[in-house]
Design a protein around this ligand. Structure first.
Ligand code: EPZ
Length: 429
């Protein structure tokens, strides 16, 4: 199995192109199931999750074709992907596929909306928490779906179609918002989603759905109003830039020092990160091409950060911030409020010499003078990349095992970093 080898100590300078957002691409691909016409997505990142979702959607009858270089490609930009669900040939999403990628559970809403019937495996547990799907089911039931859970599967039907409803989510959920939003586009009458997630990826999907003929208003707010339509058409949509990839490279630069231009990045998607980075001692500047990040001379200052739903500090950057704070001059407090078990990187960072103690949902990270390279591994992609950030500042070689986690969510990570001067490569074990 491949590993990533990093020899720490180099500063980063140059340019890193920011890819399309994974967490918008996946629901956008799923949204193609709502129409029998072609949905064209531009700026799709080349990720293992995109390929896996392609297989999952293919099982339902969605045809996907790709323009642009893929095999052996050296370009760092994404592809254009065409998805056509002329006919849904299978309304079952089997355990073997859904258990490999949780987001594929989101086919439930589109399947019921388009076919009136769906059987989708429950996704099961996961490395970062229990991650129930009760809010997805509550929302779809409110739209009139009859739902039973049998043998590990959600079996849903809406023989007379879905009808609009007012739904107030008791907790903010990105996935439940996507699932119910997609279903509501084809429901009869009006649906109002209150306390909907406001993550920019949801806005991106809603905008794409409107291009497909949906009638969604309130985009970007926590109240989405959807006036159902009888069918959706094809459309062309450009995936928004990945704010988590942007934040990850910003922290890598803060860690190593130097100056990197994150081209294509959008500062409006990451407003919460600017004050945190300023406190850390790194400079983030909006430019006409994206965001430039730099840190010169001074060391890193500690921070006190809680994760929270958008527009708060994202849980998907918590591990990376912790990686960065392992070298701060003082003790940082980082509290994870979204997932109860998203600290799997802590023990691996400790293997590199970090000083971190956990107290429930809070990590206290006391910066150390030296990190030392070691063999490490992690159980999810953000945790894995936090080890890369630490490895960039560690003495000697760090080997990050289980590279497939990184390949799920970071397009050409080692190429992007090595183009800016990092000594990083993929090696066969
Ligand atoms: C999405 O996951 C993202 N995944 C995650 O990205 C991200 O960490 C998360 O949102 C939070 O921002 C994709 O976009 C593909 P949630 P999702 O439903 O939708 C609880 C990454 O690294 N909850 O917003 O599964 C849940 O347990 C990842 O790219 C319920 O209680 O997250 C959690 O505590 C991993 N009942 C909280 O809500 C439900 O029915 C937020 O989860 C659903 C969720």
């Amino acid at each position: 199995m491949d590993k990533i080898r990093i020899r720490g100590g180099n500063t980063l300078s140059g340019e890193i192109p920011i890819s399309g957002a994974k967490n918008a691409t996946l629901p956008l691909m799923i949204a193609s199931m709502l129409s029998d016409e072609t949905l064209t997505l531009r700026n799709v990142p080349r990720l293992a999750d995109v390929q896996l979702l392609n297989r999952i959607l293919g099982n339902h009858g969605v045809d996907m074709s790709v323009d642009g270089k893929r095999h052996g490609s050296t370009g760092l930009a994404g592809d254009t992907v065409h998805l056509t669900a002329r006919q849904i040939v299978d309304t079952t999403a089997p355990y073997e596929l859904v258990s490999k990628m949780r987001a594929s559970f989101w086919v439930l809403g589109p399947l019921i909306a388009r076919c009136g019937i769906a059987k989708v495996s429950l996704p099961g547990g996961c490395a970062i928490g229990t991650r129930p799907v009760d809010l997805h089911l509550m929302g779809l039931e409110a739209l009139g779906a009859q739902i039973e859970v049998e043998g590990g599967y959600v079996v849903a039907s809406a023989p007379k179609g879905l009808s609009g409803a007012r739904i107030n989510f008791p907790k903010v959920s990105v996935g439940a918002t996507h699932n119910v939003l997609m279903a509501a586009t084809l429901a009869k009458g009006q649906t109002v989603l209150e306390n909907a997630a406001r993550e920019p990826e949801i806005g991106d999907v809603a905008e794409c759905l409107n291009k497909m003929g949906a009638k969604i208003s309130g985009i970007g707010t926590s109240t989405l109003t959807i006036d159902g339509v009888s069918r959706l058409n094809g459309a062309t949509h450009q995936v928004l830039p990945d704010r988590i990839e942007t934040g990850t490279y910003a922290m890598a630069v803060a860690m190593t020092g130097g100056e990197v231009s994150l081209t294509g990045a959008r500062s409006d998607l990451l407003e919460c990160l600017f004050p945190v980075m300023e406190q850390v001692g790194a400079k983030m500047t909006e430019t006409s091409h994206g965001i430039t990040v730099s840190r010169n001379g001074q060391g890193l200052a500690p921070v006190d950060v809680d994760t929270s739903p958008y527009p708060g500090f994202p849980t998907d950057l918590q591990a990376q911030l912790m990686g960065l704070m392992t070298k701060a001059n003082g003790t940082s407090r980082i509290r994870e409020t979204i997932f109860e078990n998203r600290f799997m990187h802590v023990q691996e960072l400790v293997r590199l010499g970090a000083d971190i103690s956990l107290d429930g949902d809070t990590a206290l990270v006391t910066g150390v003078d030296r990190l030392q390279g070691a063999q490490v591994m992690a159980t999810d992609l953000r945790a894995s990349v936090s080890l890369v950030i630490a490895g960039l500042a560690a003495e000697g070689d760090t080997f990050v095992n289980r590279v497939y986690h990184l390949d799920r969510g970071f397009e050409q990570l080692e190429k992007k970093l090595s183009a800016c001067g990092a000594e990083i490569e993929r090696v066969s074990a």
